[in-house]
Design a protein around this ligand. Structure first.
Ligand SMILES: [Zn+2]
Length: 333
């Protein structure tokens, strides 16, 4: 994915408040009435960071998953077999796409559907391929990266949620889509990215497929990750962004899921193509650190298992699984 805006200049405002001091004492004695939380008694199965970590490692152990490589095919086979164990119906889109250099890339989009007959659906997606070059590194720039975070972590979180859905079924429809060939693109040319998603958007796995909204995960496993409200997500699905970030705050993750939008980046990622081609308003939960961008390991050989944190996997998995099980509990019966 690529970021396509520069930093906003933030001018600090210093506001001196002097007028409200007298009312403090009289308000102190009053405890505001507690608002009942309608989500309080909803059972959300425990997201296992250990399992998500193991799913990340399994992918990384195949080696770089660049389309056309042996590791790519081996990982595709493993993802398909795993999804077939977990989901009600699995669709595999095996196709060929043309990359920026006019080369044909074999791709596998893997879709696991839960309750395929349900009308009310939510889409959860991730890319599973890894970048064929380390263009942000200082050495071995032409060699593919392992993509533990970039491709591996988000796919692992999606699979762990599939495992929860298998063991604790819901009534609403959930589609977990693992897109291929997101990360083959060249900087500055947005359409050379997200080739698997572009194929899917033009060849939906079910004709006329739609979902109420989508959540894209990308780079959700590094130790120092923060998640900002991404600008394109806020444009197409502001209520979903607010609901996800409010859920994160309620669960105690407000230092990781930053509500302040001063540093919100605008990112071209799979969610753009899901919206433009399939018209499903989709948000992107993606690591973006103010002043540091996607992180120091991004598109370098440092994107290996050393930077993967169970704490981050756990937080993202907890938030997304809570959103899904609350949607299920609050859906009209
Ligand atoms: Zn990438």
């Amino acid at each position: 994915m690529i970021k396509n805006t520069s930093w906003l200049l933030i001018i600090p405002l210093f506001i001196f408040i002097t007028a409200c001091q007298t009312s403090t004492t009289q308000n102190e004695a009053q405890t505001p009435p507690e608002t009942p939380n309608p989500n309080k008694n909803i059972n959300v199965p425990v997201f296992s960071a250990d399992t998500a970590y193991a799913y990340t490692k399994t992918q990384v152990d195949f080696g770089p998953r660049t389309p056309g490589s042996k590791a790519h095919k081996q990982c595709a086979d493993w993802l398909i077999a795993t999804m077939q164990r977990l989901a009600d119906t699995v669709y595999v889109q095996k196709a060929s796409v043309t990359n920026y250099a006019n080369k044909q890339l074999p791709i596998y989009n893997i879709i696991g559907s839960f309750n395929p007959q349900a009308k009310d659906r939510i889409l959860l997606c991730s890319h599973w391929d890894s970048r064929p070059r380390a263009d942000q590194d200082t050495t071995r720039k032409d060699e593919p990266i392992l993509g533990a975070d970039d491709g591996g972590s988000s796919t692992a979180v999606a699979l762990e949620i599939a495992r929860l859905l298998k063991n604790t079924p819901v009534n609403i429809g959930i589609d977990i889509v693992l897109f291929d060939a997101e990360d083959d693109g060249i900087e500055g040319d947005e359409n050379t990215y997200c080739l698997g998603t572009q194929y899917w958007g033009k060849n939906l796995h079910v004709p006329g497929y739609t979902a109420r909204y989508g959540i894209l995960l990308d780079m959700v496993g590094s130790a120092d990750a923060t998640f900002l409200k991404e600008q394109n997500s806020m444009k197409v699905a502001p209520q979903v962004v607010d609901m996800v970030w409010n859920t994160a705050a309620e669960l105690g993750y407000s230092s990781m899921f930053i509500a302040d939008t001063d540093f919100s980046p605008s990112i071209t990622d799979d969610h753009i193509f899901v919206y433009n081609l399939a018209h499903i308003p989709t948000i992107d939960i993606i690591n973006y650190v103010p002043y540091r961008g996607f992180g120091r390991h991004w598109h370098t050989h440092k994107d290996n298992m050393d930077i993967i944190s169970k704490n981050t996997l756990s937080a993202v998995g907890h938030v997304v699984s809570t959103v899904i099980y609350r949607e299920n509990a609050n859906a009209p019966k």
